[in-house]
Design a protein around this ligand. Structure first.
Ligand SMILES: Nc1ncnc2c1ncn2[C@@H]1O[C@H](COP(=O)(O)OP(=O)(O)O)[C@@H](O)[C@H]1O
Ligand SMILES: CC(=O)N[C@@H](CCC(=O)OP(=O)(O)O)C(=O)O
Length: 312
């Protein structure tokens, strides 16, 4: 926009579009204030340094905007790379890593010792905010051994866990203290004392439900849930829990735990679960604070009649 004053001087105003963006954020700031948002940062979305730094900025922004962000991180590709360096194979069944006791040591080392440390470090460049923990800490997550269901058969896939209980005490205390909890998806079993490898999408969804979060946001390396993957890249922008349930048997690999997690979350009190493209810089801010919803949004059946778009 330009203006011309009485002396005939023309000035270009560049600030207005920036102000518009801030004003557009106002209703979303009001709506989300004080609400808990669980953000799952997938290993495949952690592709470069700039993206990781932008992710940290977004999470810190949410914190300063009055939301209560909780990060659950993945690290599948990072675990596979380390196993490979050690000459150990990566095998997946039903979308889950077959985890031998030897591989479990590597999973724990990479998630808690490498990926979590890196994210905590990036967040803490903005202040003393992030505190890392695993599901083992303060019994935040308790697991039991999970068996994969492959064509109706119960298959042993080693030290893979499913969550049986969540104690939100430590996470709530950190949030109340103005911190940003960063969780690795590892949990101890109360049955046998072993530490188990839990899929990070499943862990994030279970935590979102236990915390009574408003939003579960899953950042990955695709635009959202594709309708006919891998044949088309048409993203499903919104679907209800029942619609998602009907789709689940046809989903493949990495999307299975993600969409099962979204379903679990919205069936257990979370208002919306979203799968968004973590390769887009500042995708979290775009999703939370602007009118343009991106990715796939899952809503409870009761919300079926509400308008399209970011109304939840
Ligand atoms: N219907 C689908 N829509 C989108 N992606 C799909 C679909 N089915 C399978 N995928 C695969 O799921 C992958 C994401 O899951 P995953 O590799 O586990 O990522 P992350 O590390 O983010 O958890 C995508 O890169 C894609 O290859
Ligand atoms: C049981 C199981 O498969 N656990 C995952 C845990 C990490 C994870 O989920 O990472 P992403 O989110 O990056 O895929 C694994 O070992 O790869």
């Amino acid at each position: 926009m330009t203006t011309t004053d009485s002396a005939g001087t023309t000035r270009k105003h560049t600030a207005l579009p920036k102000a518009r963006i801030l004003v557009e954020a106002l209703p979303w700031l009001t709506r989300h204030h004080g609400k808990t948002v669980v953000i799952k940062f997938g290993g495949n979305a952690m592709v470069d340094e700039e993206l990781k730094a932008a992710f940290a900025q977004d999470v810190v922004f949410l914190h300063h905007a009055g939301l209560r962000p909780v990060v659950v991180h993945g690290g599948g590709p990072q675990i596979s790379a380390q196993l490979d360096r050690l000459g150990l194979e990566s095998e997946f069944k039903a979308g889950l890593r077959v985890t031998t006791p030897e591989a479990m040591d590597v999973v724990r080392m990479v998630l808690a010792g490498q990926v979590q440390r890196e994210l905590v470090g990036l967040l803490n460049e903005h202040g003393p905010l992030a505190v890392g923990l695993t599901g083992e800490d303060a019994h935040t997550m308790t697991a039991t051994k999970h068996y994969a269901d492959i064509d109706g058969e119960r298959v042993d896939i080693g030290r893979v866990g499913e969550i049986t209980a969540i104690d939100t005490g430590a996470v709530q205390a950190l949030l109340d203290d103005g911190r940003i909890p960063v969780l690795s998806s590892i949990a101890r079993s109360a049955d046998d004392g072993h530490v188990y490898n839990v899929n990070a999408d499943t862990a994030a969804a279970a935590l979102a439900a236990a915390l009574g979060a408003e939003t579960l946001m899953v950042l990955t390396d695709v635009e959202g849930l594709y309708e006919d993957w891998p044949h088309s890249d048409e993203v499903i922008s919104r679907l209800t829990a029942s619609e998602l349930e009907a789709l689940l048997p046809d989903l493949a690999s990495g999307m299975v735990p993600k969409m099962e997690g979204c379903l679990h979350a919205v069936r257990n009190g979370v208002t919306t679960a979203r799968v968004i493209d973590g390769r887009v810089q500042h995708s979290i801010l775009l999703e939370i604070f602007t009118d343009e919803g991106i990715g796939t949004m899952v809503v409870p059946d009761e919300a079926a009649g509400t308008p399209e778009g970011k109304q939840q």
